[in-house]
Design a protein around this ligand. Structure first.
Ligand SMILES: *[C@@H]1O[C@H](CO)[C@@H](O)[C@H](O)[C@H]1NC(C)=O
Ligand SMILES: *[C@@H]1O[C@H](CO)[C@@H](O)[C@H](O)[C@H]1NC(C)=O
Ligand SMILES: *[C@@H]1O[C@H](CO)[C@@H](O)[C@H](O)[C@H]1NC(C)=O
Ligand SMILES: *[C@@H]1O[C@H](CO)[C@@H](O)[C@H](O)[C@H]1NC(C)=O
Ligand SMILES: *[C@@H]1O[C@H](CO)[C@@H](O)[C@H](O)[C@H]1NC(C)=O
Ligand SMILES: *[C@@H]1O[C@H](CO)[C@@H](O)[C@H](O)[C@H]1NC(C)=O
Ligand SMILES: *[C@@H]1O[C@H](CO)[C@@H](O)[C@H](O)[C@H]1NC(C)=O
Length: 449
């Protein structure tokens, strides 16, 4: 009774404290107002026959819709059909709406894709030094953009790109399906994303991003395909999504070594809930390895993780600097996962030889609670850095059923933490503390334990 009351107080307090966003971003979903003007892509000469290249139609339509920005914005309607295009740029106060049966397909000819500058927080393309291929749908310094529909599809037809990647024949880093740079008040909802060349949705240097009810898939063997990558962005909500990818399903990032440190923009105030994730060779929920701008105040709850190499993974390395802290993950179901929880301080490469090996990353105040896992091979693998051990890892109410292939249950080095009701019994390093430090800015149950 008293506990319940305290809990209530803590939660209501949390809502008040976090009135400015806090870790519960999904609870303040934006109300979408219909746009006063709508035009169809047909009015710009587009042909949805799956053969005609419609890049000019998209570019012209959006150029025309710019003039409605100060009149409440406008909607670009894409009717049922198969619409081939190369990359195009969005504009502010725009809704891109894909009708049921509307499929936007990225043209597969890598020879004709524009190359854009690398992101300043990465200093170079992440796969190949230098510039990067422009993503299929782009936004730069926009305000109030909605990409939605009645379950229309955006299909990157990534095979050509995956083959170039696997044969080391890429001249520039692969494009993404959607990339929004330095934009705010962005909504992506009610759509299906298929076969991204690399990432499906990449908000970078963005604020107020709401990703709701999208389904993302890429084949399990597609190399390093990632679903959603919030990157140096804040006030992000991801909810009610189904994601199955080749590498990570959701990866939080914030820049690469000296470039990310100099740029200094963290990913913070992120809320993820009610998601079903599969990540064949990566992690369903990943932090890093590019995290030089810092990642903090993240709340993940009610997640279902299946058929993956790892469930929840923190990745970093010497030279990254930055931090991953105040992260709370709760109410987790895992099935058929090789390593349930992983944290490594020896993961990831460097952009060039100018990184500072003394820039040590920090991993601190991570809470994992209320987790049930079946068919797990390794319960937890923690490898901190000797000069910067992982600290205040707090595990509570976790039950993992290991399969018969399991020979190591927990691997721990350079880590300190607290455990309560964790099965199988964790390594002594995770039982160093007598209680769990509260996470002030997220303010969860643990705060009153
Ligand atoms: C799209 O935006 C990028 C910069 O973000 C710019 O380099 C490119 O020229 C733009 N493309 C078009 C067609 O406007
Ligand atoms: C990559 O560059 C090489 C050398 O300039 C060129 O022969 C090749 O066609 C290019 N490949 C692509 C996919 O652009
Ligand atoms: C999710 O999107 C589908 C279409 O893509 C729609 O039918 C369904 O109502 C949406 N669900 C919610 C909760 O918005
Ligand atoms: C949305 O479309 C995808 C592929 O077009 C389909 O697999 C899925 O079942 C559809 N979802 C809904 C809710 O209609
Ligand atoms: C998604 O679709 C549902 C059903 O059509 C609609 O009620 C909801 O407003 C849409 N959500 C967003 C965020 O577009
Ligand atoms: C157990 O999980 C592994 C992946 O770690 C998978 O290959 C295997 O098929 C799963 N076994 C069962 C019985 O589902
Ligand atoms: C422990 O976690 C399970 C989910 O795995 C949940 O159903 C249960 O309520 C939790 N127990 C407590 C005491 O919070």
């Amino acid at each position: 009774m008293l506990v319940a009351l305290l809990l209530l107080l803590a939660l209501s307090d949390g809502v008040r404290v976090n009135g400015d966003g806090g870790g519960r971003q999904c609870e303040s979903s934006p109300a979408l107002k219909p746009r006063p003007h709508t035009v169809s892509i047909l009015e710009f000469g587009a042909v949805g026959d799956g053969k005609t290249l419609n890049t000019i139609a998209f570019q012209n339509a959006i150029f025309y819709l710019k003039s409605f920005a100060d009149k409440g914005g406008a909607q670009l309607y894409v009717p049922t059909g198969t619409w081939i295009t190369q990359s195009f740029n969005l504009t502010s106060h725009l809704t891109l709406f894909l009708e049921k049966g509307a499929v936007i397909i990225g043209s597969q000819d890598p020879f004709h894709w524009d190359v854009v500058d690398p992101l300043p927080s990465y200093g170079r393309g992440v796969e190949v030094p230098g510039g990067r291929y422009q993503s299929l749908i782009n936004g730069y310094m926009l305000h109030d953009v909605v990409i939605t529909g009645n379950n229309g599809t955006i299909d990157g037809k990534g095979l050509a790109w995956w083959e170039l990647f696997s044969s080391h024949s890429l001249n520039h880093s692969r494009p993404h399906l959607i990339e929004l740079v330095a934009s705010d008040h962005v909504v992506v909802s009610n759509l299906t994303f298929l076969n991204a060349p690399a990432y499906s949705i990449h908000p970078v240097y963005c604020s107020n991003v709401h990703i709701h009810n999208v389904s993302i898939s890429a084949p399990p063997e597609s190399p390093y395909t990632v679903g959603i990558v919030p990157d140096s962005s804040d006030l992000v909500c991801i909810e009610d999504c189904i994601i199955a990818t080749g590498y990570d399903a959701i990866a939080l990032k914030s820049g690469w070594d000296e470039y990310g440190i100099a740029f200094g923009r963290p990913t913070e105030n992120v809320h993820i809930r009610r998601v079903h994730l599969q990540a064949a060779s990566g992690s369903t929920i990943a932090f890093g390895s590019d995290m030089s701008g810092g990642i903090s105040n993240v709340l993940v709850e009610n997640v279902h993780l299946y058929n993956s190499e790892s469930g929840i993974e923190f990745r970093t390395t010497r030279g990254r600097g930055g931090y991953m802290k105040e992260i709370m993950i709760s109410d987790i179901e895992m099935k058929n996962i090789y390593t349930a929880i992983a944290a490594s301080g020896h993961c990831g490469s460097h952009p060039d030889d100018k990184f500072d090996p003394h820039a040590l990353p920090l991993l601190d105040r991570i809470v994992l609670q209320d987790m049930l896992g079946t068919n797990i091979t390794i319960a937890g693998s923690f490898a901190g850095l000797q000069e910067s051990p992982f600290n205040n890892i707090c595990l509570s109410n976790i039950t993992l059923s290991l399969n018969s292939a399991s020979s190591i249950t927990w691997e721990c080095s350079n880590v300190f933490g607290f455990s309560d009701s964790v099965l199988p019994k964790p390594c002594p390093e995770l039982e160093t503390f007598s209680h769990c430090l509260s996470l002030p800015s997220i303010n969860m149950k643990t705060a009153v334990m």
